[in-house]
Every structure is written in structure tokens, then in C-alpha cells.
Ligand binder design. Structure first.
Ligand SMILES: Cc1cc2nc3c(=O)[nH]c(=O)nc-3n(C[C@H](O)[C@H](O)[C@H](O)COP(=O)(O)O)c2cc1C
Length: 300
């Protein structure tokens, strides 16, 4: 049995990575999970300069998940390169750097800076619902999504994964746009915009008023979107949204994802990524699948 997958020319030892922003840059989780067991670590979004993030409170629990409006707090690319890349390089796992920005120039600056760094892939977050300028503005307009893809591709030395927003009418339009712009892969879904009100305080639960909903509650929506995108474009897909068990991950693979990311579930069970890897292996054994590609997208 072979669990290796090749995403845009990069071979991972298994199809499991971490969803950006839910695993720090790996160091916070390394005492719970052997990072050598995960196909890739996807880091928290990093910008050209440090961002303080949004005012608190910025997380809240919801049925079957949570909401966040962290606002992409990050230490900036200089600290990231000095501190986080050397840490992750100690492990036998691929490094996917999630990139955020407010303007095209911001994104390109980070991508250019990473060109000579020892990282394997870039994930461009054009889908954060919690940042006012940039981010989601690129992720909700097909023309803007195509243009930003073209722009980052001009600077990128590593394969580029464009991360899509579910907060659109037709996600296949966005997937086609980034494919036209030259993306090497897509990842989906980011969080769904939601709102929670504290009835006792008679106020919004989050200072930002709205926040991104994640966790098991969004999984059926994410599986549906992965299926739609798999049938609309020919790029590899990294599927995510509510994965908490191997069974959840397998649904995404059967729907058409070539790999999966585990996000919010890490906060509940910090060992979950390694457990998902083991569970996928068990499923392959039980049903006689020799390789991951034999199960990708077989439910039509
Ligand atoms: C606290 C938190 C922070 C996040 N930060 C980022 C981020 O920096 N960049 C990004 O592309 N997505 C970010 N996301 C979105 C996740 O990567 C993922 O797309 C989403 O949460 C759905 O997966 P899940 O239900 O497994 O969490 C964040 C999600 C959470 C819950």
C-alpha cells in the first residue's frame, strides 16, 4: 500500500496536511504530533510586515465548530524566515507557506522573498473573510482572482496553491479563474462568514461583528464544493472544512480532493492529523486500495 501523493510535482508521503492558522508554524504542536508523520505542514498566513490582527474577542464557539476573526495576526516574513522555516526543516515533511496580503504588491513581496527559501509550496490566501482590504476582495471576483494568480506566479519559484473562498455564489467560477491565471493547485474551503450574538450582553460575540465559521458544521458544504470544483477544473485539489476523523478525510478524497487539510479539529484533539493518516491507511487496507489516486474522485 502506497500513501504517497504528488501535488503539483511535489511528493508528499501521505495526503494529510494542516489547515493554515490552526497549527501555528508547527512548533506549538510538535510535542503532541510527530511532524514526520504528516504529509505536509501548512503554516499560518504570513504577510510582508507584521500584522497585529483584529481586536478581541476574536474567537467564539458555535454548534459543531467555532467562529474566528483573528484577522491574520502574524510576525511578518522576516521573523517567519528566520524562526519558522529552520524549525520545520528539521522534520521530514513538506512545508507549505500560507501567504496573505492587502494589495497585489504585498502578496508579491512575500512570494518573491520566499523564492530563495527552502520551502516546498505556497498557498495564497485570497479568501480570508476577516480582513477588510485585500484578501477576500481578490477571492470573490473572478477577474481579480485571475490577476492576482498571474501576479504571484511571476515571482513564485515554488508551486502555487490558490485558496478559495466559499463565500461566493459559484465556487467553480473562482476555480476556473485561478486555473486560467496559472495556479498549480487549489485548496478549499476557507471559512464561511457568520455572526453570533451574545443575548445577555446584547452584543456581538466577536469584536469584528462577523467571523469565519469552521469545524464539522461546515463539512457537507465543503465536500459539495470540492466535488463541484473537481468536476470543473483539472488542477489538484486540497480539500478541507470540518475534517475531524479519517472518515471525514476519505469523503473529501472520494469527492475529488487529492489531499486534505485538518483545521479546527486540532484545537479539540492535537493528535488528530496523525490519527487521520492512520485511519486512511486502514481504509485502504480494508477496501483493497493500493494507492491514494485509486480513490480520488471515484464517487461521480
Ligand atoms: C483560528 C483560525 C485561523 C485561521 N487562519 C487562517 C490563515 O491564516 N490563512 C488561511 O488561509 N486560512 C485560515 N483559516 C482557515 C482554515 O485554514 C480552514 O480553511 C478553515 O478553518 C476550514 O477548515 P476546518 O473546518 O478544518 O477548520 C483559519 C481558521 C481558523 C479556525
Amino acid at each position: 500500500m502506497d500513501t504517497r501523493v504528488t501535488i503539483a510535482g511535489v511528493e508528499w508521503k501521505n495526503p494529510v496536511t494542516t489547515a493554515s492558522g490552526t497549527f501555528g508554524s508547527g512548533a506549538e504542536f510538535a510535542e503532541f504530533v510527530d511532524l514526520n508523520e504528516i504529509g505536509a505542514v501548512t503554516t499560518k498566513g504570513v504577510a510582508n510586515v507584521p500584522w497585529p490582527g483584529n481586536p478581541t474577542p476574536r474567537v467564539a464557539e458555535t454548534y459543531g465548530g467555532m467562529m474566528n476573526a483573528v484577522g491574520l495576526q502574524n510576525p511578518g516574513i522576516d521573523v517567519f524566515c528566520k524562526r519558522d522555516i529552520p524549525f520545520l526543516r528539521k522534520y521530514d515533511t513538506k512545508i507549505i507557506v500560507n501567504v496573505c496580503g492587502r494589495t497585489t504588491e504585498d502578496y508579491c513581496e512575500v512570494v518573491e522573498r520566499l523564492a530563495n527559501e527552502d520551502v516546498d509550496m505556497l498557498e495564497i490566501n485570497i479568501s480570508c473573510p476577516n480582513v477588510k482590504e485585500g484578501g477576500i476582495a481578490f477571492g470573490q471576483n473572478p477577474k481579480a482572482a485571475e490577476d492576482i494568480t498571474k501576479a504571484v506566479k511571476r515571482y513564485a519559484k515554488q508551486p502555487v496553491i490558490m485558496k478559495l473562498s466559499p463565500n461566493v455564489t459559484d465556487i467553480t467560477e473562482m476555480a476556473k479563474a485561478v486555473e486560467a491565471g496559472g495556479a498549480d493547485a487549489v485548496s478549499l474551503i476557507n471559512t464561511l462568514t457568520g455572526m453570533k450574538i451574545d443575548i445577555h450582553k446584547k452584543a456581538f460575540a466577536l469584536a469584528n461583528k462577523t467571523g469565519g465559521v469552521s469545524g464539522p458544521a461546515i463539512k457537507p458544504i465543503a465536500v459539495r464544493m470540492v466535488y463541484q470544483v473537481a468536476n470543473a477544473i483539472s488542477l489538484p485539489i486540497i480539500g478541507m472544512g470540518g475534517i475531524a476523523t479519517a472518515d471525514d478525510a476519505i469523503e473529501f478524497l472520494l469527492a475529488g480532493a487529492s489531499a486534505v487539510s485538518v483545521g479546527t479539529a486540532n484545537f479539540v484533539n492535537p493528535h488528530v492529523t496523525a490519527e487521520v493518516v492512520k485511519g486512511i491507511e486502514k481504509y485502504m487496507e480494508t477496501y483493497g486500495f493500493d494507492q491514494i489516486s485509486d480513490l480520488v474522485g471515484i464517487v461521480k
